[in-house]
Design a protein around this ligand. Structure first.
Ligand code: DAH
Length: 342
């Protein structure tokens, strides 16, 4: 039996293969129920007691050589069956995957992007201006009288010791910069953050977002403004949205209006969102005041234009039926995750 074991050892040493089937046959031949090792252990009882220790060591040696051989060949077969890269050899393909939470866009970013997309389809381009602005761009150029309440510390954050510099209270200041730096035709929208000295509540915040729109060309009329805003409202909400323009006042537009859309929740029938009027206000607009054009070096006898401004928070609250705007700034994951797929 001892010589038989030595022969088997030689056979193990010489054995090699590159396919799993041969390796499995080899395993069964040596380790199977009726394999060589089973025979070798079976023969144990016929070995004289004084030789048993040495015989046992032989058989165990054979067994460990067989196991080593199988492990070595299995590893090399696995390596060559993957793309040939050594780094993959320890990957357990049956292990459960780690699930990573995906981030999501903030609802205000989603709605800002939606609004921008709609106006881009009409040929408007996006422009930008500074958040810390001088009095001239925020107020004077936009035809605010010297004693207008917006110029009061109560409404505006002025920069300490610099009475002329403030955090912009509206994105209308970007209109001025665009008109100063470009000649008509101008078709632009300006999204951005604005700041007002207001107490924080469910409906107001001291920081919020606006999108300003401006179109300057020859022969621009109020009808162009109305049609542009109707298109916007129907793209933003749905095709059967109606709009209504109510006369209003802004220093920088004449005539000025506020625009309502038919309440998308009750379809104009009346509910608590529209306070039972069937309408919700979404923006301010008007024909750019000739004084503003002149302040920006645009000849008001040749050119006219319209402007509008809307609050992104307000649009988002309407779109997703959100009742308290403070939630936009709280970074509450349960709230934010609801927008993960948008
Ligand atoms: N700037 C105004 C505000 O902050 C919004 C606005 C109204 C902008 C009318 C305009 C406009 O361009 O024509 O309340």
């Amino acid at each position: 039996m001892k010589t038989q074991i030595t022969e088997w050892l030689l056979e193990v040493e010489r054995f090699t293969t590159t396919n799993s089937k041969d390796l499995e046959d080899f395993r069964v031949k040596f380790l199977g129920k009726k394999g060589h090792l089973a025979h070798a252990f079976e023969a144990f009882k016929n070995i004289p007691p004084e030789e048993r220790k040495e015989y046992g060591q032989h058989v165990n040696n054979l067994k460990s050589k067989v196991n080593d051989k199988i492990a070595e060949l299995r590893a090399s077969i696995d390596r060559s069956s993957t793309t040939g890269s050594d780094t993959t050899k320890d990957i357990d393909l049956t292990a459960p995957v780690d699930i990573h939470d995906l981030g999501s866009r903030h609802p205000l970013s989603i709605v800002r992007k939606d609004i921008i997309k709609i106006f881009e389809r009409l040929g408007f381009y996006v422009s930008d201006g500074p958040e810390i602005e001088d009095d001239w761009h925020i107020f004077t150029a936009l035809n605010f009288p010297q004693d207008h309440p917006a110029r009061d510390m109560q409404d505006t954050f002025f920069i300490e010791k610099k009475p002329d510099i403030a955090l912009r209270t509206h994105t209308s200041s970007v209109q001025v910069r665009v008109m100063q730096n470009n000649s008509p035709p101008i078709r632009t929208i300006s999204p951005g953050r604005v700041f007002r000295n207001e107490a924080i509540s469910a409906r107001a915040h001291c920081i919020f977002h606006q999108i300003e729109g401006l179109y300057i060309n020859k022969d621009v009329s109020f009808a162009d403004l109305k049609q542009t805003l109707l298109y916007f409202a129907q793209e933003m909400f749905d095709k059967d949205t109606h709009i209504r323009l109510r006369p209003s006042y802004f220093p920088f537009t004449e005539p000025s209006a506020e625009m309502d859309v038919s309440c998308k929740l009750c379809k104009g029938k009346g509910c608590n969102i529209c306070k039972y009027t069937g309408w919700v206000e979404i923006l301010g607009c008007g024909m750019v005041d000739p004084n503003v054009l002149e302040n920006c070096n645009i000849d008001s006898s040749i050119y006219s234009g319209f402007a509008f401004g809307m609050g992104v928070e307000r649009m988002t609250m309407l779109k997703y039926d959100i009742k308290d705007l403070r939630i936009f700034f709280e970074n509450d994951l349960n709230f934010l995750k609801q927008f993960a797929s948008l």
